[in-house]
Write a protein that binds this ligand. Sequence first.
Ligand code: NDP
Ligand code: GDR
Length: 370
Amino acid sequence: MKKALITGITGQDGAYLAEMLLEKGYEVHGIKRRTSLFNTQRIDHIYEDPHEKNVRFHLHYGDLSDSTNIIRIIQDVQPDEIYNLGAMSHVQVSFDEPEYTANVDGIGTLRILEAVRLLGLTEKTKIYQASTSELYGLVQEVPQSETTPFYPRSPYAVAKLYAYWITVNYREAYGMFAVNGILFNHESPLRGETFVTRKITRATARIALGLQDKVYLGNLDAQRDWGHAKDYVEAMWLILQQEKPEDFVIATGETTRIRDFVRMSFAEAGIELEFKGEGVEEKGFVVKCNDPDYQLPVGKEVVAIDERYFRPTEVELLIGDPTKSKTKLGWEPKYDLKALVNDMVAADLNLFKKDQLLESSGHRVLNYFE
Ligand code: NDP
Ligand code: GDR
């Protein structure tokens, strides 16, 4: 039975990857951080009681900022595959926590590589590094491929640049199977609540259900190449099953503006939007018409702009070239953007109907703005 070790198992990708590897018959080990409240909501459905027999799912306390902890876990587990997904993954927050981000996202990757080397596992253990389209940053060429030059635009992307190159370096210096998946944005109902897609689909559901008045967003002009996380974890696994260690871009090859994602999300709930001040100055969205179920007044402002969400340096345009992954890995995504939005909005409507029920029976439901 193959053993996989996943850092960042409590995150969006970690949860989908763990589920997929268990289905493929792996023994799965994950590193979770100690937190003052439980942070395992995304993996609770695959949790196995360690007191049972033949358990294939194991969690270890750990942190990418702690080398001795990483060495001990890798020594204990002796993994065939390591998926290094752990990271401070929020681009905007990295401007507030640049040093911590460098430590975890940059040096954290070095800690994994060095642990494998020191423990004499270079022949046995394959390492997947979660690299990102944020490496491309300021547009050099489109679509962005494995050969496009990098120009990172945030402390997050600069830290990930170090992680990218140290992975390449360990591969070349020590012959390790250490590879980068350069993944473009991927989303799902498990996406963190403060990334723009989930923020929008949550707000769509909450506004439709009368639980929230409006949502504040930043730059609606940025363009992203969005796929579904379920498709992207399959690509991670395929990258580690290749004969030769190589880096791959994973993307859909299509790009969409944030504002169009907003329209698609609300449309999915039966609410049509138009710009406030269309053609003059775009200052958010108001309701044009909506499903009679939701009774939102025409002209009601549901999306407003807040300068707080603009970044000091922005990545304006991402569009990936998936040719290499399609030809060499045989990777084919199952979800297009419409199916992704449908999945996310349906899940959030379902989730917040519970809150609506609580509100209607007199319980106060907290409203998170971020
Ligand atoms: P999430 O933010 O959902 O998950 C990040 C995970 O990393 C969480 O499990 C988190 O733990 C963990 N983590 C954070 N800090 C540390 C630390 N100091 N030590 C150990 N673990 C830590 O990210 P995603 O699942 O979306 O992304 C997975 C990886 O892929 C990340 O490295 C991200 O940068 C990268 N990536 C993501 C893309 C995307 O579009 N989703 C695209 C390209 C790359 P906790 O739950 O306790 O916070
Ligand atoms: P990104 O994702 O920075 O691409 O990083 P995010 O969803 O945070 O931003 C996408 C774009 O939307 C714009 N935007 C807003 N973003 C957020 N979070 N909140 C807002 O209110 C808002 N309004 C507009 C942003 O300016 C940006 O242009 C994600 C992360 O998962 C990284 O870890 C990963 O490496 C990259 O995707 C690929």
